[in-house]
Ligand binder design. Structure first.
Ligand code: ADP
Length: 490
């Protein structure tokens, strides 16, 4: 049950609401109690003023030693209220007059519910009041206790203490009513809010449930389907949009993968068909000359090499896509590597009477994966020679600009048609498929440039077709120097 977000949300909501309601009711109760006490104190203070005014007026009409007692009795009669107890004590703590009788026996035992003046709690209050001019305090007794107020006053040169007690019964009843009200209102509010919260959570999560069942139905066969976006400004709309854009990316990569597989099998089919055909022809003819066998084996070897080349390129690209082609960088001189590559390509160039020049630059230290860069340079040189007619020229330059090298390979071939230029780095793309295949000189599956671009980018660099027209093409690779090389340059 707790696995459901709806239930968890409702429980959380109920718990928080319960805490808030409890805290609120406690605070309300406390504030109510405080203001009741304050109101009582103000009332007691005002009552004492009125009492003393009456006492003052009455004492003037009296004479003799009991004048204060007699005046007190009059004042008590005038100010007697149901819930109030008045008492006047002299400085020694002896009672002069009070609105209640104080039976000495009860006073000695010290507790009486009906006679607060005789309780032990009152004695303590009285003791405290002798030390303070004005004193408020709680006195036990009666049903719910009393709020007491004691103040000193002088009459005829003597000091007396006036004590007024107000019963707290009415207030206690009011506070109890408040507490009882809270006690039934809060549980009802919590139950109602929890039920409402559950339905609210259910309603808010309904689109998520719908989305998840819709998403569950999307598979490879219907990858084009998308989740419905009801409101693109709310959180659920954003979630659906994010999910849809994830599906977009997935289906794009799925399509790319399918195209890659289709192109790869198409490219592999041709050399395999040639291999099979050539082998069948060689086997079907009974009497063949040694020369004819050598020729067939030559074709078989050439196609096997081409097949190996394509398979290796495919393997490189799939590993690169999966991020499983870790670079193995080290310090070396780029100009030396270019020189070596130019040297290896010279045989190819000579076969087509193409002049191949490398403009020796100053020493170019670099921190990179040497074998990958070698592969890139050989690819570019191979293309330049392959797509340049006999007697043409191929020139290689390597320059440093700032923190990167620019390595350019320029040929005098026919160039890439302008409309096809943006596509030449795509996998399996060949500007002239028929020609590439017909010439058949070492590969031509349309993977060389995509691998070369990946190599440049894996080194945080880039490979561009800088120029291509009827006079030839220039491919430029920009390669960062890499980690501070330990080798020195010029
Ligand atoms: P391929 O194996 O066909 O050479 P690449 O990926 O190396 O594959 O090249 C893709 C296409 O770009 C080639 O088929 C060719 O049409 C074009 N191309 C590459 N280099 C050159 C160049 N130097 N001159 C003219 N066209 C080129």
């Amino acid at each position: 049950m707790l696995d459901s977000v709806r239930v968890r949300l409702t429980l959380w909501y109920t718990a928080v609401l319960t805490l808030v309601l409890l805290a609120l009711s406690l605070i309300t109760y406390f504030i109510f109690w405080r203001s009741t006490v304050q109101r009582t104190d103000v009332n007691l203070s005002e009552l004492s003023e009125a009492f003393l005014t009456t006492l003052d007026a009455e004492v003037k009409d009296q004479s003799g030693p009991d004048s204060v007692k007699l005046a007190g009795q009059v004042a008590i009669t005038e100010h007697r209220f149901r819930d109030h107890v008045f008492a006047i004590f002299d400085e020694a703590g002896n009672i002069v007059v009070s609105s209640q009788e104080v039976p000495p026996a009860v006073a000695a035992t010290g507790s009486s519910a009906r006679e607060p003046l005789s309780s032990r709690s009152f004695q303590r209050f009285l003791d405290a009041s002798s030390r303070s001019e004005r004193l408020f305090g709680k006195v036990k007794g009666g049903e719910d206790g009393y709020r007491g107020f004691a103040r000193h006053f002088s009459l005829g040169g003597k000091t007396y203490i006036l004590v007024i007690l107000q019963s707290l019964h009415a207030q206690q009843e009011m506070l109890e009513e408040v507490a009882v009200t809270f006690a039934w209102v809060i549980p009802i509010a919590i139950v109602l809010a929890s039920v409402g919260g559950y339905f609210l959570a259910r309603k808010s999560l309904a689109p998520v449930v719908a989305m998840s069942s819709q998403a569950g139905r999307i598979g490879a066969a219907n990858l084009h389907e998308r989740l419905a976006v009801h409101n693109d400004r709310d959180e659920l709309g954003h979630l659906a949009q994010s999910f849809n854009s994830l599906l977009d990316r997935l289906s794009q990569s799925f399509e790319r993968q399918q195209r890659f597989m289709a192109d790869a099998s198409h490219e592999l089919r041709t050399p395999v068909a040639i291999l099979r055909g050539e082998a069948e022809v060689a086997l079907s003819q009974q009497a063949r000359s040694l020369e004819e066998y050598r020729e067939s084996l030559g074709v078989l070897h050439q196609e096997a090499e081409r097949l190996t080349h394509i398979v290796e390129d495919l393997f490189t690209l799939t590993r690169a896509d999966a991020g499983q082609y870790p670079l193995q960088p080290r310090d070396f001189y780029l100009d030396e590597l270019v020189g070596e590559c130019v040297h290896s390509a010279r045989t190819l160039a000579l076969a087509k009477k193409i002049s191949l020049n490398f403009e020796e630059a100053c020493e170019s230290p670099i921190h990179a994966d040497e074998s990958l860069l070698r592969r890139m340079i050989l690819n570019l040189l191979d293309n330049a020679i392959k797509y340049t007619p006999e007697g043409g020229r191929v020139a290689v330059t390597c320059r440093r600009s700032g923190e990167e090298y620019s390595l350019s390979i320029t040929d005098t071939g026919g160039g890439v048609p302008r409309d096809l230029q943006p596509r030449i780095f795509e996998r399996f793309f060949r500007a002239d498929k028929a020609r590439s295949r017909a010439e058949n000189d070492g590969g031509g599956a349309g993977l060389g440039l995509s691998i070369s671009r990946w190599i440049a980018e894996a080194h945080q660099g880039r490979l561009e077709l800088a120029r291509s027209d009827s006079l030839g093409s220039t491919f430029t690779a920009f390669l960062p120097i890499g980690a501070p090389p330990s080798l020195s340059g010029c």
